[in-house]
Write a protein that binds this ligand. Structure first.
Ligand code: ZN
Length: 444
């Protein structure tokens, strides 16, 4: 049975009347809804597109249902995930629950299991889940240390093709930065370019696991930038994902971008160690990021899971998120994203950007006022990905989430399991794929 609470009318032209839409995601002026940050609108849907947005109560009753102030959101956008790692938890848990345990467990699982078929089936499971939740676009990183890149990238290309029109899939590599000092880095850049991807790395060295700013850092960054520029690639980096205040590579990335006059986009993920620096250092790093046009994505659920964890049942003392408020205030584009799902980097997760957003609000105090933070899960990641998504606009595809919640308070307080997901104007079945589908892969 489809758990959606609303059945969309079975005609190619219909209205969804008396909805509450985030004001910051609408073009034009509409009457305020009863609660803060929302506007009261009627939507006219025609041939799978939004054909009109009117003040609530304008469109005639016979055109479609009265939603009694239910919230409507645009299809959500997850700009930082790891679909290739997803759902391996049952066969490869993280024994310690921390970052080191995650890296070790993932390496073990990858070398034992990550055939094309294994990666493909877990990736498809993740996409089917995200689609049912109302996610319309995803960027995934793919573990890219040889020989995995030559296995996973062809799978990605095939899966991306199959999901086109349902979930728009982008890809970035991820590998330790020191591979770019050698020929493997060039080969990876070629694979990424052939796949229409982003060149990605973690700003750490495999050969210096305990040194967060290794001596050849700038050499490796220079090489990475050069490889990207030669191929016209954007960059997508995992940066300073650490509780070690010595982890200060973000400023190096910004300075290298400026030195190279890099014209592509740069997305930096995590940047958690920045929150441990002095206010002056934070301000000057953010200023350099702004000058270098660096975008930021925070992965709050995963950072909070992995960081400040101790084997002695010691209660964690910090939240492990970067300086989101300060970055946004300085004019950086700031997104939140889901990162890992049921793998050694995060034991939980369900590919649900609405859940990621509600958790981000609570972890990062993105509230009181909530302001336009909903953009961090919709319009901003879409802009970062360079796609026309994440707003409610006349002429755009009618890819929407309709919630029972009538306010941000109701939305953030209660898990929205009964949401209606509309794609191209039609309500889709939001039944989630059963975990049993993966039993033969991950239950041993
Ligand atoms: Zn990540």
């Amino acid at each position: 049975m489809n758990p959606s609470f609303l059945q969309t009318p079975d005609t190619s032209r219909y209205a969804l009347r008396r909805l509450s839409a985030p004001t910051c995601l609408l073009d034009g002026e509409f009457p305020a809804a009863r609660t803060e940050g929302l506007s009261a609108v009627d939507l006219l849907i025609e041939q799978g597109r939004i054909a009109g947005i009117e003040p609530a109560g304008t469109l005639p009753a016979e055109l479609g249902p009265d939603l009694d102030a239910s919230m409507v959101l645009p299809g959500m956008v997850d700009c930082h995930t790891h679909l290739d790692k997803g759902h391996i938890w049952p066969r490869q848990p993280n024994a310690t629950g921390d970052g080191a345990g995650a890296a070790k467990a993932t390496m073990t699982d990858r070398s034992a299991h990550w055939s094309a078929e294994d990666v493909r089936r877990r990736m498809e499971f993740g996409l089917a889940t995200a689609h049912a939740k109302g996610v319309v676009a995803i960027r995934t990183h793919l573990d890219s240390v040889a020989p995995q890149a030559s296995i996973s990238f062809p799978v990605l290309r095939e899966v991306r093709e199959r999901w086109a029109g349902r979930v728009e899939l982008q890809v970035s590599s991820i590998a330790p930065l020191d591979i770019f000092l050698g020929d493997e880095g060039r080969q990876l850049a070629d694979i990424v370019a052939e796949s229409g991807g982003r060149l990605g790395a973690v700003t750490r060295f495999a050969k210096h696991p305990d040194n967060p700013v290794p001596p050849e850092l700038d050499d490796a960054l220079a090489r990475l930038f050069t490889l990207a520029m030669e191929r016209g690639l954007d960059l997508d980096l995992h940066v300073d994902e650490s509780t070690d205040p010595r982890a200060r590579t973000l400023i190096h990335v910004a300075q290298m971008a400026l030195k190279k006059d890099f014209q592509g986009r740069i997305l930096c993920g995590h940047c958690t160690a920045l929150a441990l620096q002095t206010d002056d250092y934070i301000a000057s790093t953010i200023a350099a990021c702004r000058d270098a046009h660096i975008d930021i994505v925070s992965l709050p659920t995963v950072n909070m899971y992995l960081q400040d964890r101790s084997p002695e049942a010691r209660t964690p003392r910090w939240r492990g998120v970067t300086t989101l408020h300060e970055m946004k205030a300085a004019g950086l584009r700031v997104a939140v994203a889901g990162d890992n799902c049921r793998d050694p980097f995060y034991a939980y997760g369900d590919h649900d950007m609405l859940d990621t957003f509600t958790q981000a609000v609570k972890i990062g105090h993105l509230d009181h006022p909530l302001g336009d933070w909903i953009r961090a899960a919709t319009e901003t990641p879409a802009a970062i990905m360079g796609i026309d998504r994440g707003r409610i606009e006349v002429g755009s595809r009618a890819d929407l989430l309709v919630l029972k919640a009538r306010s941000y308070s109701e939305m953030l307080a209660r898990a929205q399991f009964d949401r209606t997901v509309i794609r191209d104007g039609k309500g889709i079945d939001t039944t989630l794929p059963d975990y049993r589908l993966l039993d033969d892969l991950v239950m041993g």
